[in-house]
Design a binder for this molecule. Structure first.
Ligand SMILES: [Zn+2]
Length: 238
């Protein structure tokens, strides 16, 4: 079950890079049934194992919960899979460096090739436009569908005062984009502190850099190391 190992690895990679903390999550669309997705039960990402993975329909009902607790914000995943047939993996994170962009109206721009996808547009989800007085969590189908609408055809959307959602046509792309979205936010803030004259990637460069987003060198190395950690944890009974 290679795709389940991919997902276990994705959790651990995102935790390692500080992109998801104790509350973030990543899912994949089921390769055997596009009307299903797989995501871990509610637990810390850095300890996820294959047994923690649960399957859901696109309304985010678990198919075989066996007493395992679902993550509350799973509607982010189900509603995006409904709206975006091209998407095969979704990451929801509380990536710390993107938060300032989500609350200031300063747009994220494509500052380097590893996160060139930012040039395709990264909208910002304002939960208040849908519902006032929330705890900011996307924990209903209605909020999930609204977030999917804001995301539109984009590779990622910020979520005001909360974090971001990042998607991909495969899991390597969704994970890589998440890691480099965080780094790009840090780099842009550093550049903005140095100067108000910044040279961003232009449209032609954004288009030409699509290939790098397969993260072909990073993903196999990240995956192997993450699965070694998962194996070591099982040995020590964690
Ligand atoms: Zn969240």
């Amino acid at each position: 079950m290679e795709h389940l190992d991919d997902l276990v690895a994705a959790y651990r990679i995102l935790a390692q890079y500080g992109v998801i903390d104790a509350y973030g999550h990543v899912s994949i669309r089921s390769p055997s049934n596009p009307q299903r997705y797989v995501i871990a039960r509610s637990l810390a990402p850095e300890v996820v194992q294959v047994d923690d993975l649960m399957e859901y329909d696109l309304d985010s009902n678990p198919l075989d919960a066996r007493g395992r607790e679902s993550v509350r914000e799973r509607f982010i995943h189900g509603e995006i899979y409904k709206a975006r047939p091209d998407v095969m993996a979704v990451v929801h994170n509380h990536s710390p460096s993107v938060i300032p962009f989500s609350v200031t109206g300063v747009p994220m721009r494509p500052i380097y090739h590893m996160a060139s996808f930012i040039g395709d547009g990264v909208p910002n989800f304002e939960i208040r436009d849908v519902e006032k007085g929330t705890d900011l969590l996307v924990k209903t189908p209605k909020l999930g569908a609204a977030l999917a609408r804001t995301l539109g055809k984009s590779p990622a959307s910020l979520m005001r005062g909360h974090g971001a959602v990042v998607v991909g046509e495969n899991i390597a792309r969704a994970v890589g984009r998440s890691v480099y979205l965080e780094q790009s936010a840090q780099l842009q803030m550093q550049a903005m502190a140095l100067s108000d004259r910044i040279t961003y990637l232009d449209d032609g460069e954004v288009k030409a850099s699509v290939g790098v987003q397969d993260y072909k060198r990073a993903w196999p190395m990240w995956r192997e190391k993450a699965l070694e950690r998962a194996k070591a944890d099982r040995k020590h009974g964690q």
